[in-house]
Design a protein around this ligand. Structure first.
Ligand code: PEP
Ligand code: MG
Length: 321
């Protein structure tokens, strides 16, 4: 129950990644402050037919009921590639580089519109609901997705349906191009959420699901650390919140490094990792974390970075590895 705060008073928010609203009570029991990533594609994956606006709304209202006034970030459907649907990706030779995620929504605007109206209707019940677009790789994509939100808003307005006119909109930073244009994106969004699962995959050219190259899938790669640093600095310069919701933020050895790089919000899974993450945060000063991050950024060998970070983490949690 203790706050996730460093000994020198830096507050860190720990939120949960969910696929279904029924997971929320467990997250709250383990100390999450809310939901930092709701992967809504699971609504599609669990049913044989496309969910209707009412199906979406029912799930979102269920999530709000579980959360009370705690925050929730609803990500628009991230279908395709590893999240099979409609056999869509089966026809593509490179599904991770194909019509997945926001691109699938551009190809099927009715899917996006149905979901968006439900999200907006749910937003009438709380100021703490935000929208997150996955896989944005250009400013044009962001603008197109935002224009589609405005269309859904207009449709609801015409019908006299309530929603939050100022609903916050954020983008996943999970493609290297989005890191490189983060300053441009930051001017047109309310927040960033870093998806390290895809960012590592696309930056290192390692299929996240291919066991044969899994040994090369390395969040401690110096290139990844530079990309993270760049994104965090842009968010700080533009004064927008930033959360890290990829699995890197749930791996205990990276917590000190990520804090030191400037992360103040983690959205993690599974819920049982939260107490250990909190213990790390409550044991390391921000100053010490910054020194550790600076030291790691000088290493050229990721294995050395991991050994160093595990050493620090083990001092706090001897049972960790
Ligand atoms: C990510 O890519 O890091 C992420 C959180 O999204 P997903 O794992 O759903 O692709
Ligand atoms: Mg992703």
């Amino acid at each position: 129950d203790r706050p996730a705060e460093t000994p020198d008073g830096r507050e860190i928010a720990i939120l949960g990644n969910i696929d279904f609203p029924k997971e929320i009570p467990t997250y709250l029991r383990y100390g999450a402050r809310g939901v930092g990533l709701y992967r809504t594609e699971f609504l599609y994956l669990e049913s044989r037919s496309r969910p209707t606006e009412e199906d979406h709304l029912k799930s979102y209202l269920k999530a709000l009921e579980e959360l009370g006034d705690k925050p929730i970030v609803i990500r628009t459907v991230d279908l395709g590639a590893d999240k099979f649907y409609d056999g869509n990706n089966l026809r593509e030779p490179n599904p991770f580089l194909g019509c997945r995620s926001i691109r699938y929504c551009f190809e099927h605007p009715e899917v996006f519109n149905t979901q968006m109206k439900a999200i907006l209707r749910a937003s009438a019940h709380t100021k703490n609901l935000s929208i997150l677009f996955p896989l944005i790789s250009s400013l044009e994509e962001l603008r197109k997705a935002k224009a589609m939100v405005l269309e859904a808003m207009e449709e609801l307005r015409r019908k006299g349906v309530d929603f939050n006119e100022n609903i916050p909109i954020g983008v996943m930073i999970e493609v290297p191009s989005s890191v490189l244009i983060a300053d441009t994106l930051a001017k047109e969004v309310d927040f960033f959420s870093i998806g390290t699962n895809d960012l590592v995959q696309y930056s290192l050219a390692i299929d996240r699901d291919n066991e044969r190259v899994a040994y090369m899938y390395c969040p401690a790669h110096p290139a990844i650390l530079r990309l993270l640093k760049m994104t965090i600095e842009v968010a700080q310069d533009h004064n927008i919140p930033l959360c890290l919701c990829g699995e890197m933020g749930s791996e205990l050895e990276y917590i000190v490094l990520l804090m030191g790089l400037g992360i103040t919000q983690f959205s993690v899974a599974p819920p049982a990792t939260i107490p250990a993450i909190k213990k790390i945060i409550r044991s390391v000063t921000y100053e010490r974390a910054k020194e550790a991050a600076e030291e790691v950024s000088r290493f050229t060998d990721p294995e050395k970075s991991i050994r160093f970070l595990r050493g620090i983490t083990k001092e706090i949690l001897p049972e960790a590895f």
